[in-house]
Structure formats: structure tokens, C-alpha cells
Design a protein around this ligand. Structure first.
Ligand code: FMN
Ligand code: SF4
Length: 482
């Protein structure tokens, strides 16, 4: 992962923990209405892909264990990882693109509600993503993958030459000379691996996204509702399809790109379709970026506009992340795919202990406060959830007291200690296992390995009932607290 050049090391700084009486009157542990759903507290575990689904996207025992473990800590809201809305193979990522996925998700919802004694509301993050390929070997790319065009032939003065000769001529060129002949997108496919964009409207499935996506999202949300999940979080953040529509880099000219009023059109249409096909008791919100954190991306003014429009449309909540874009991702190794959390924007999404002067804690709070103010100024009470480096009671309470957000999310602190909210609520905050923001877990995610935390994954490995990762070296869930 990219590291800020200042390379200042930060240690977790959770501050003092309250006693049980103080915790009982804390804002953090007061209820919050999220549309039709009541959260028992303002604590939230945002989506985290743990790489535990089966190869065909089904809920496995490991998936059940993972969410059950979070539910035992009784967060107010728990969000199931980014779950694919299409019925297409996508490796061990959870999917919801067909009714056959419902029974597994039903069991998951039941396990979470049971393990939290009904105190945790369960949401599912619904995602669409476009095609991405691994970075190819140079010779294979030039000999096989690159489609030879008239432009290449003209640039090489080889109008009538057989294709094999054109490829051979390209293969002997250095990178600078190659860049004179290949288009920027072709050079990118060579250097980074091919990646589709929402602006590739010459490809009919991409041109057709505004027709296809509202129905796909709505059917997925309906399945979630049938499975007993309490609400859907539409994935409108980071590097994926819907965030790419919102992005200032979206220059589509079909009414779904360009001005921000057009960029928000599809996200609103998706939301409206989801709303119209789900019942009144089912919450629908989205996760969006407070800032894209790339030079050419949407700014805070844009996202304030988007947030107010989503609120006006009736979304039940807005969960805010930031960054995590492909645009500034590092070059992957040959045979690997680009990963949208390896550049500066990736750092903003999952800031680590080695940081700049601001540090990794609460980096998204000021932006969230501004978005919440835009929503309130437009006359809406839509709850805002902020995430990013939140790991202490005082910090969380100050965010709520200052009106910067209505609930606080903690992904990595929740992974380090799924009971941390509950420990604080019981006045036992001294027992919290503090995340050190090492990003070891994020490194596992990047390699598509089962995600665990380095603070507990070797603990009690031989104890009865402890399940191990497929390499046999790590336990799959955090040790029980009590
Ligand atoms: C292993 C891992 C997987 C993640 N998967 C998702 C995901 O599926 N969807 C999403 O919106 N964010 C995902 N995130 C980002 C987190 O939800 C969160 O925004 C980020 O880690 C910053 O919050 P934190 O400082 O509390 O960890 C993931 C983070 C980690 C560490
Ligand atoms: S591995 Fe554990 S300590 Fe390190 S960032 Fe992830 S959750 Fe925090």
C-alpha cells in the first residue's frame, strides 16, 4: 500500500474508557432510527470482504461464523460484505444474483439476529463491478490479446502486412516507441491489465448499464428482504460501477455523465427501483464517498450535492467512506490484477499507522460533517454514518456530540475486537484489543486470502472448536471474550 512520504508512526489512542453508568448515558449507546429500522445503538460495523464465500458465491459455514462473531459484540448495525448482484461467476465473493442464494442468506440473517439477541440490525452491501483482467506478460499481450487495428497498421506503415508481421514489428519496439503506436488505453491494458470503465459506451453492455442495473439491484434487494435481512446498502463508493457513475471522471454523453445532475441520475434510478420493489419495513441507503481523493475526482461540493439529493429521494441512511480508486492504483505484478487500495486514494480509504501529520484516525470526519450539514441544510434528517480510523469511545462520542455524524462505523477496530463496543458499554473498556492499523488484514484481502487479524489469529490455535484458515496457520474468528 502507498504510504504518506512523511512516514510518521501513530499508535492507537483510544483515550479513557467510561464506566458502565457513564456508558449508559452515552450518545454512542442511544438508539437511532434508520428509516423503518431502529438501531439499538449508534455503533456500526461496515462491510468487509473476508474471502469466505464458496467458489460459486454461496454462504459457507465460515461466512456464518464470521458474521456471528461480529453479532456477538451486538453492534447496532452490521453490514454484510460487498455482495454481487449479477448471476455471473466471480470467485469466492458472496453473491445474491439468483433465488438460489436466498437460503444461505436466510441462515446468515437468523444467525446474526440470534447471536446478538435481536440487538443487531443486519444490512447487506449490494455491489456491481465491471470487468478487470490481470496484468499480462508483454509478449502475450502483443502476440495474443491486443486487437490489431488499422491505426496500428497505419502507424507502422504496414497496411497490407499479415497480422503476424504487425505483431512481430510491435514486439521489438521499446515502451516509448510502442506508446507512439498504441492508444493510451491499450498501453494501460499492457501496463496494468485491461479494465472496463463506465465510459466504454462502444461496448453494448456498458452502454446498456442504465437499463440493466436498476432491475438487477432491485431484484437483489428483494432477495435480501425475503432472506430476513433488515436493509440494503447500495454500494456507491470506491472503485466500482455506481461510484464510477457519480465520479467527475464520468464523461458519458447519454445523459448519465458529465454534469453532476447527470452523474447522479443512474444512482437515483437504481435507488428508486430498489425502493419500489421492497417493502416499507426494509431500509434502503447507500455507501458513498465523502471524497474520491484523486486529483480529477468529485470534490466535497459534489458529494454534498449527491448526499442532499439521496436524502431528498428518501434514502434511509448514508454511510460515508472515501478514496479507494483504480485511478491511482499501483502497477500490479505480472499475472495480478490492479487493486484500488494501493495508491494515495487507497490510503485515504484504509489509513494505516504510518501516516502524515494528520494521522490515520478520523480522516473522514470533517468531510462527513460537511456532507451531513448539506443534508440538514436541505431540510432532511437522514442519518449519516462515518467510518475511518475510529477506535475509541471519546473519539466516537465527540463525533456524535459535535453533530459530525449520527453513528460511527469501525471496520478494522471491529475486526481486531468484535466485542469492543460491548466492552465499553459494560464499563470494561480497558479490556478492548486495540487495532494497531497495521493493515495486515488489508494485505490478506488484497491477496484474496481469508481475512484475519494479526492480533488474534495465532491465539489458542489448538483449542477445541477453533477453526483454521485453509493454510492451517490461522484461526478464522476472534477468540471469545467471555
Ligand atoms: C479486509 C477489508 C475488507 C473490506 N471490504 C469492504 C467492502 O466489502 N465494502 C466496503 O464498502 N468497504 C470495505 N472495506 C473498507 C471498510 O469498510 C472501511 O471503510 C475501511 O476499512 C476504513 O475503516 P476503518 O478505519 O474502521 O477500518 C474493507 C476493509 C477491509 C480492512
Ligand atoms: S490486522 Fe488487526 S491490528 Fe492490523 S489493521 Fe487489521 S484489524 Fe487492525
Amino acid at each position: 500500500m502507498w504510504k504518506p512520504p512523511e512516514r510518521i508512526k501513530f499508535d492507537p489512542d483510544p483515550g479513557p474508557a467510561p464506566d458502565a453508568a457513564e456508558a449508559a448515558s452515552a450518545r454512542l449507546f442511544s438508539p437511532l432510527q434508520v428509516g423503518p429500522v431502529r438501531l439499538e445503538s449508534r455503533t456500526w460495523v461496515p462491510a468487509m470482504v473476508p474471502w469466505r464465500a464458496s467458489g460459486d458465491g454461496m454462504v459457507t459455514d465460515d461466512v456464518l461464523d464470521w458474521y456471528e462473531r461480529f453479532a456477538k459484540g451486538k453492534p447496532g448495525g452490521l453490514v454484510i460484505e460487498a455482495t454481487g448482484i449479477r448471476d455471473v461467476p466471480s470467485g469466492p465473493l458472496l453473491r445474491i444474483g439468483h433465488d438460489r442464494f436466498i437460503p444461505g442468506l436466510k441462515e446468515l440473517a437468523a444467525r446474526v439476529h440470534q447471536a446478538s439477541h435481536g440487538e443487531t440490525r443486519l444490512f447487506i452491501q449490494l455491489i456491481d463491478f465491471l470487468a478487470i483482467r490481470r496484468r499480462p506478460e508483454r509478449s502475450r499481450y502483443l502476440n495474443e490479446f491486443l486487437a490489431i487495428t488499422d491505426a496500428h497498421r497505419a502507424a507502422l506503415n504496414m497496411d497490407d502486412a499479415p497480422e503476424a508481421e504487425v505483431r512481430a514489428a510491435l514486439a521489438v519496439l521499446g515502451d516509448d516507441a510502442l506508446a507512439e503506436i498504441l492508444s493510451p488505453r491499450e498501453m494501460e491494458a499492457l501496463a496494468m491489465g485491461y479494465r472496463e470503465r463506465v465510459t466504454d459506451v462502444h461496448l453494448s453492455p456498458i452502454a446498456d448499464l442504465p437499463n440493466a442495473l436498476p432491475g438487477l439491484f432491485a431484484e437483489a434487494a428483494k432477495r435480501a428482504e425475503v432472506a430476513g435481512i433488515d436493509g440494503a446498502e447500495l454500494h456507491y463508493t470506491h472503485a466500482y460501477t455506481m461510484a464510477s457513475f457519480l465520479s467527475a471522471t464520468n464523461e458519458r454523453t447519454d445523459g448519465y455523465g458529465g454534469e453532476r445532475e447527470n452523474r447522479i441520475r443512474l444512482p437515483l434510478e437504481v435507488y428508486q427501483e430498489v425502493r419500489s420493489r421492497t417493502g416499507a419495513g426494509f431500509a434502503v441507503g447507500c455507501r458513498m464517498s465523502a471524497e474520491e481523493c484523486i486529483d480529477e475526482g468529485s470534490n466535497l461540493d459534489d458529494s454534498g450535492y449527491f448526499a442532499a439529493e439521496f436524502a431528498a429521494a428518501g434514502m434511509d441512511f448514508l454511510s460515508l467512506s472515501r478514496g479507494g480508486k483504480f485511478d491511482d492504483a499501483k502497477q500490479p505484478g505480472i499475472g495480478e490484477a490492479a487493486y484500488p487500495y494501493t495508491g494515495r486514494s487507497g490510503y485515504e480509504c484504509m489509513p494505516a499507522a504510518i501516516s502524515d501529520a494528520f494521522g490515520p484516525f478520523g480522516r473522514n470526519v470533517a468531510a462527513a460533517a460537511q456532507l451531513r450539514a448539506s443534508i440538514r441544510a436541505a431540510g432532511h434528517a437522514t442519518p449519516v454514518i462515518v467510518t475511518g480510523g475510529i477506535h475509541g469511545f471519546a473519539q466516537a462520542e465527540a463525533i456524535l456530540a459535535g453533530g459530525e455524524a449520527d453513528a460511527v462505523g469501525a471496520a478494522r477496530q471491529g475486526l481486531a475486537d468484535p466485542d469492543w463496543f460491548e466492552k465499553i458499554r459494560r464499563g470494561r473498556g480497558a479490556e478492548v484489543r486495540q487495532c494497531t492499523y497495521s493493515n495486515y488484514c488489508e494485505g490478506l484481502d488484497q491477496k484474496h486470502k481469508q481475512v484475519t487479524c494479526k492480533l488474534w489469529d495465532r491465539e489458542g490455535l489448538d483449542n477445541a472448536g477453533v477453526k483454521r484458515t485453509s493454510d492451517g496457520k490461522r484461526r478464522t474468528t476472534a477468540p471469545d471474550w467471555r
